[in-house]
Design a protein around this ligand. Structure first.
Ligand SMILES: Cc1ncc(COP(=O)(O)O)c(C=O)c1O
Length: 450
């Protein structure tokens, strides 16, 4: 055990120490990778140290390194080593975090960390929540609470509102919990990619006039595309007036409320009925680590709790916190441990500083792009995200992404904004240096001109 364990830790420590000297990744050929593992399982085992070498050769290098300081695509995953060790501990002790009886100390840690996050978001003491796999599950969980609370789960003619910039996981969650596309309203966003209050008001009024039942609005605290923050306070006012549930998808952005700049941007976050916040994004945790926070934790319990016969020993005391009563999973890993361990190890000040650094890096990138000829800023740096393009051709932007992937020095991806293809840098990795940004833009510029 020790020999294998030390070898694993050495491999991880080397990875953390040397990642910046590696290629960010490549576009791997399915025809080459899939056959490597399309073989029969072995009848007899072999030395795990030898297998580790195989993994080192065939698996670990053949993925995009989302933790690389020059990985600027999608939402990067700049996890920290302490968080990784937290996962190792949770897995090694195989702690069952589904019930109080099964994992009481784990449940206590989860309660504690969830309370930290509730406080950071400004939610009242009635609030609570749950660690889940990520933003997709957090959105689903929040929407189930909304459906249960306001509709008593009877969804006929009920309608939900969100901007056209909202993450697809919201649509998917609604689909999974029974809503048809006709019950979802994608409200056009304004010039700054924020949900338009006017558009929302009109959509709600039109639906009420048709006899439909508006019940929920989903707002963004940092869209994936541009980092846009919907007008949270105005949305909270409107939701209160119209008696709608306000779910805020802060999977990407809510964690920035820890920083001074983030707090100013996210005013109104504290008025949400539910919030998604992904520690595996901007709180630097290893996957999978999302979190759903609900203003009144009792509503989450009321939406999810079922008491089957075989859990009769679990449900004896109301004092005991059973995580399985608050979400979809019964058997759950101890996700809160890595968050607790890293917050305890580094302290909130380090997280604040790391978040602020992300904001600054995107601004540095924007300034550098503006200083060069031919580059146009589509969406200025906000929430560590900047969107831009070179020239007018959509195809050129796609070719630039391909050129960067082939080059392997840095990685970025494209998106579509108002029907045009734009390149996008997401700079939440605090280990990124200014040199990384300059050199990435230098290469982009060189490829674009070529
Ligand atoms: C705003 C937003 N919501 C939800 C999600 C989905 O989160 P996950 O991939 O963790 O399920 C993402 C992921 O990028 C996101 O950016």
């Amino acid at each position: 055990m020790r020999k294998f364990g030390y070898a694993v830790v050495d491999l991880l420590a080397d990875h953390f120490a040397n990642i910046r000297d590696q290629r960010v990744g490549a576009r791997f050929d399915p025809a080459k990778l899939i056959p490597l593992f399309d073989v029969d399982p072995p009848e007899n085992g072999r030395d795990p140290n030898e297998i580790l070498m195989q993994l080192k050769r065939d698996v670990f290098p053949n993925n995009l390194h989302v933790d690389h300081p020059r990985f600027f695509a999608f939402v990067p995953g700049p996890n920290n080593f302490v968080s990784t060790m937290g996962d190792a501990l949770a897995a090694g002790f195989n702690i069952f975090n589904g019930t109080w009886l099964g994992g009481p100390a784990a449940a206590a840690v989860e309660l504690g960390v969830v309370q930290w996050l509730c406080r950071i978001c400004g939610l009242p003491t009635t609030a609570g929540g749950l660690f889940v796999s990520g933003g997709s599950m957090a959105n689903l969980t929040g929407l189930v609470a909304a459906r249960h609370t306001l509709l008593q789960d009877r969804i006929d003619a009920a309608t939900v509102y969100f901007s056209d910039q909202t993450h697809s996981s919201v649509e998917r969650a609604l689909h999974v919990i029974g809503f048809s596309p006709e019950q979802m309203r994608k409200v056009p966003s304004d010039e700054e990619f924020r949900l338009s209050i006017q558009g929302l008001r009109k959509a709600i009024a039109d639906d009420r006039a048709k006899g439909l039942r508006p019940f929920c609005v989903v707002a963004n605290a940092g869209t994936t595309n541009t980092g846009a923050v919907d007008p949270l306070n105005e949305l909270a006012d409107l939701a209160a007036k119209e008696k709608l549930w306000l779910h805020i998808d802060g999977a990407f952005g809510a964690a920035v409320v820890l920083s001074e700049r983030g707090r100013a941007l996210l005013q109104g976050l504290e008025r949400a009925d539910s919030i998604s916040l992904d520690p595996h994004k901007w709180l630097f945790q290893s996957f999978e680590c999302g979190c759903v926070l609900v203003r009144d934790a009792a509503l989450l319990k009321s939406a999810f709790q079922i008491k089957p016969d075989y859990l009769r020993d679990v449900h004896r005391s109301d004092e005991e916190f059973n995580p399985c009563d608050y979400g979809v999973q019964l058997t759950r890993s101890f996700r809160a441990l890595k968050v607790w361990l890293s917050l305890e190890t580094f302290g909130l000040a380090a997280f604040r500083e790391a978040i602020t650094r992300g904001f600054e890096l995107a601004e540095i990138a924007e300034r550098e792009l503006r200083a060069r000829k031919g580059w146009e800023i589509f969406s200025p740096a906000q929430m560590a995200t900047v969107c831009f393009r070179f020239g007018k051709s959509d195809e050129l932007q796609t070719r630039l992404v391909d050129a960067m992937i082939k080059d392997g020095f840095a990685l970025l991806t494209s998106t579509e904004l108002r029907g045009a293809v734009a390149l996008r840098l997401c700079t939440i990795n605090p280990r990124t240096t200014e040199e990384d940004i300059f050199e990435t833009i230098e290469r982009l510029d060189k490829f674009a001109r070529r």
